[in-house]
Design a binder for this molecule. Structure first.
Ligand SMILES: *Cc1c(COP(=O)(O)O)cnc(C)c1O
Length: 397
């Protein structure tokens, strides 16, 4: 494959499909699966990932906004798509035209969307979002007030131009298993079920009820309902440390870069901006490698991260620059210009994971995956071979 072998990400579509099939195993046969491919499939590239999942049998796709939905449609996704977040009501006709479903999360929003749908002469398919305790978007349904929430939802469902076929909620801490968090999740579920019950009493039912994200899908099989929303697990990452090992997941993304130059140095030589690292002894060997924070290798990993080169771990020394960084290869013989460096991935018994990045950075693997830069070509692996490349810098979609 022809692409810029400077810094690149391998995206293993076989792993994505494997992860989907692993999750599918724990669903009842009638339960649908929705692949959450927002934020460019968590940085993996929405087109190839979604097409592989569509081929593997995923029923629905979820994105965060209208542009992401357009991107899926342009790239051959004809399965139903749900927008999880805000769309300006004035775009009602675009939603209908693209046959994309919109989350409706308040009576005010429902009215605005309905008015625009009516004006444009279209009907928009909607999923009602219930806020059972995440306190983000959603019809507010605090414990004990399910009846009022149901009345508001019923009013929204009665509006012209909206076809409310689905209803869902989102958990705040389904990935944490201490008593208190478990109780909170069970409480959110109970409120959701009670709201559905109140709606049924008002004569309103939905064909698609869903509440489980990746963590809940693994930890709360009794809550799968009609569909589960799978995000992070499809990419082979655990939703939290506590969820690690709950399913046989294969990380889909590996990240590589290249050695640009190797220097033999004496003791006392400062390395990189700010001179935060100084060589400790004579005959120290430092390699410059061709990745930096603009590629998604966070500056916060200065003097903290480690990479794999020549079959060994090598520590990051000095500040990570925008496009380059330095590693200490003193104890690794024969590292030379052009060698491939593993920033994320497996190399024999050695591995650096996005979970390591997250730990070093004090964040979560989700954020690390999303932050891999747009200038890093995505190289798609299918049937164990390089099958395609996306280079965002030089290709129009
Ligand atoms: C992002 C998102 C998901 C997927 O969450 P994961 O933890 O990645 O499985 C599911 N539902 C909603 C509403 C989301 O915003």
């Amino acid at each position: 494959m022809d692409y810029l072998r400077r810094t690149w990400a391998d995206i293993d579509l076989d792993a994505v499909v494997h992860n989907y099939q692993e999750m599918k195993k724990c669903l009842d046969p009638g339960c649908l699966s929705m692949a959450v491919v927002k934020a460019d499939a968590y940085g993996h590239g929405d087109g190839y990932v979604s097409r592989a999942l569509q081929k593997a049998g995923v029923d629905w796709f979820a994105v965060s906004n209208l542009n992401e939905a357009v991107s899926l449609r342009r790239q051959g996704i004809d399965k139903p798509v749900l927008i999880l977040g805000f769309t300006p009501p004035a775009m009602a006709d675009r939603l209908a035209e693209l046959n994309v479903s919109q989350t409706v999360y308040s009576e005010e929003y429902a009215k605005a969307l309905s008015a625009q749908a009516k004006k444009k002469g279209v009907t928009v398919d909607c999923h009602i979002k219930v806020d059972t305790g995440m306190t983000r978007i959603g019809f507010y349904a605090p414990n004990g007030h399910e009846c009022e929430a149901a009345e508001e939802i019923a009013a929204a469902c009665a509006l012209p131009g909206l076809s409310c076929t689905g209803i869902y909620t989102h958990f705040a801490c389904a990935d944490e298993f201490q008593q208190d968090s478990r109780e909170y999740t069970l409480g959110q579920y109970a409120v959701f079920i009670q709201t559905l019950e109140e709606l049924r009493r008002l004569g309103i039912t939905f064909s698609l009820r869903h509440c489980c994200n990746s963590a809940a899908t693994m930890a709360y099989p009794q809550m799968h309902l009609d569909m589960v929303r799978l995000g992070i697990v499809l990419y082979g990452l655990a939703p939290s440390g506590e969820c690690a090992g709950m399913a046989d997941l294969r990380p889909a993304m590996s990240l590589y870069t290249t050695v640009s130059m190797v220097k033999k140095l004496e003791a006392g030589v400062p390395v990189s901006y700010g001179r935060t690292y100084t060589t400790e002894h004579d005959r120290q060997v430092v390699a410059s490698i061709a990745a930096g924070y603009a590629d998604g290798y966070r500056r916060n990993l200065s003097n903290r991260g480690r990479v794999i080169v020549g079959g060994e771990y090598a520590p990051v020394v000095g500040r990570v620059c925008m496009d380059q960084m330095m590693i200490d290869v003193t104890d690794i013989p024969q590292v030379q210009s052009g060698d491939v460096v593993t920033l994320v991935g497996r190399c024999g018994d050695l591995a650096v994971t996005l979970d390591d990045f997250a730990q070093w950075n004090g964040t979560i693997n989700y954020e690390e995956a999303c932050l891999i830069g747009r200038r890093v070509p995505r190289v798609y692996i299918e049937d164990g071979r390089e099958a395609a490349v996306i280079d965002y810098v030089i290709e129009a979609l």
